[in-house]
Ligand binder design. Structure first.
Ligand code: FAD
Ligand code: NAI
Length: 462
């Protein structure tokens, strides 16, 4: 039996980051992982492979739509799907191997296999039981199921199957206009599939700024995605190569059927903790089935902590990573902290969509007085030069104090631009602080400054 200061169960962005920080803080650390490679959902079947396919398909889109106008003539590239999957997999492999390297460098033992917690202070992996003064559960999440929809990962697939289809489908039906549906729907639309997105609600990407939702959906429609909104999927019927998707329109209860070669079910994810045995140890769950934790990420069982997708909060890799660092510091007797008010969200479509902090809806609900500073990328010279003038930056600031409360960006580089606002918010900056900061010309980030100026005396280029 080996004995550790900390055993982390799960090696996704939450688990591997927690393990590395624990080791850096001098704690003897092991990490249990049942998959064949480290890195969890994010590196293996989530963030990384999806971004590789988004990148490759975006290059094709640029070649087909924008090259000629820039004077780049000639035949557009054609799609070698097998090679694209090889490129995607090599991106995944180099990242998962990178975590293996970091584990070795930090002297973290990888306990290979599926772990459980037979009693407090013990972790079982296969037939071996290890002692741990502290246990961190970072077992992540998996796709939620939908009644009447049977996933076979060939014709009716989750995001995992959608990342390795045998061929580019002619007709793809996506159930759910959330982040996964729109990112992967974009990939296949660019590669030539007819993509129809069926969404229960009346707007895409629930919880996002309504103005962004509208512009985003319009842009995706222009890129060829079709939307059926306000539609509840009832069931799917699949053969070996085809499927039918039955849905009901909420406005009049009328029933409809769509034909598809592939159906992507992207209706949310749920936490994974079955089989850990933690219920017998008194670990409590929230009403939504996540592991409940206190402000130090400790569960209701002393010495057992939980982080990442398995607890409440946005299911995002960077949120899991921040919790991983913070919980390691708590265990090492320091003061771990996560500012949940400043966690950015990014959708890696083209253009990108990014947000942080409050929306107008949350501010209205809280009865807070706020002002809006908005600037269109049409007024940004750099964006216009690359055919990316569609979209805008919107900054929300406190009406009295001018303190920045949130930001919503749809446009080029939104996923990077948002961090300027995140840093400003971390420092409690006002919109004027951002507006008075010199921004290099010509950059997309000038649009952020102009939106900050719009919270005061007005933007220059609009
Ligand atoms: P996970 O990454 O899910 O890792 C948990 C690990 O624990 C898994 O490897 C699992 O095998 C292991 N495990 C579970 N139970 C046991 C056990 N009993 N014993 C041993 N090991 C166990 N987020 C972003 O921020 N940006 C993105 O661009 C993004 N893109 C995504 C794209 C897709 C298609 C998907 C599905 C998700 C995406 N996400 C993205 C979400 C992101 O992947 C998750 O938020 C993140 O992976 C959560 O990290 P985690 O460490 O909590 O869990
Ligand atoms: P989601 O919660 O983002 O969206 C699910 C959508 O499905 C919602 O719009 C919902 O209204 C709809 N829906 C639910 N039931 C339905 C039904 N019966 N018929 C039609 N529509 C229905 O979930 P998604 O896209 O599966 O993503 C899961 C998680 O993965 C997200 O929480 C996200 O944080 C994370 N993720 C993050 C990414 C990023 O940061 N770029 C990329 C991909 C995933």
């Amino acid at each position: 039996m080996s004995s550790y200061d900390v055993i982390v169960i799960g090696s996704g962005p939450g688990g591997y980051v927690a393990a590395i920080r624990c080791a850096q803080l001098g704690l003897k650390t092991a990490c249990v992982e049942g998959r064949e490679t480290l890195g969890g959902t994010c590196l293996n079947v989530g963030c990384i492979p999806s971004k590789a396919l988004l990148h490759a398909s975006h290059m094709l889109h640029e070649a087909e739509h924008n090259f000629a106008e820039m004077g780049l003539k000639g035949k557009s590239p054609s799609v070698d799907w097998k090679q694209m999957l090889t490129y995607k997999q090599s991106t995944v492999d180099s990242n998962t191997k990178g975590i293996e390297f970091l584990f070795k460098k930090n002297k973290i033992d990888w306990l290979k296999g599926w772990g459980s917690v037979p009693e407090a202070g013990k972790v079982k992996v296969g037939d071996e039981v290890h002692e741990a003064k502290n246990i961190i559960i970072a077992t992540g999440s998996e796709p939620s199921s939908l009644p009447g929809v049977e996933v076979d990962e060939k014709v009716v697939v989750t995001s995992t199957g959608a990342l390795e289809l045998g061929k580019v489908p002619k007709k793809l039906v996506v159930i759910g206009a959330g982040v996964i549906g729109l990112e992967l729907g974009s990939v296949y639309a660019r590669l030539g599939s007819e993509v129809t997105v069926v969404e229960f609600l009346d707007a895409v990407t629930p919880g996002m700024d309504p103005e962004v939702q509208k512009v985003f959906q319009r842009m995706l429609k222009k890129q060829g995605l079709e939307f059926i909104m306000g539609a509840a999927v009832q069931k799917t019927e699949a053969s070996k190569t085809k499927a039918k998707v039955h849905y009901k329109l909420r406005k009049d209860d009328s029933e409809h059927v769509l034909d598809a070669d592939v159906v992507l079910v992207a209706t949310g994810r749920k936490p994974v903790h079955d089989g850990l045995g933690i219920d017998a140890l008194g670990v409590e769950l929230t009403k939504r089935g996540q592991i409940a934790v206190d402000k130090n990420w400790q569960t209701s069982a002393k010495g057992i902590y939980a982080i990442g997708d398995v607890i409440e909060g946005p299911m995002l890799a960077h949120k899991a990573e921040d919790e991983g660092m913070a919980v390691a510091e708590v265990i090492a007797g320091k003061h771990g902290h996560v500012n949940y008010g400043v966690i950015p969200g990014v959708i890696y479509t083209h253009p990108e969509v990014a947000n942080v902090g409050e929306t107008e809806a949350t501010l209205k609900e809280a009865g807070r007085a706020y002002k809006v500073g908005k600037f269109s990328f049409m007024g940004n010279a750099r964006a216009k030069a690359v055919f990316a003038g569609d979209g805008f930056v919107k900054i929300l600031a406190d009406k009295e104090t001018d303190r920045i409360l949130g930001a919503h960006i749809i446009g080029p580089g939104a996923g990077d631009l948002i961090h300027e606002v995140c840093v400003a918010m971390e420092f409690g900056a006002s919109a004027q602080d951002l507006a008075m900061t010199c921004h290099a010309h010509p950059t997309y980030s000038e649009a952020v400054r102009e939106a900050a100026l719009a919270c005061g005396d007005g933007p220059i280029h609009m």
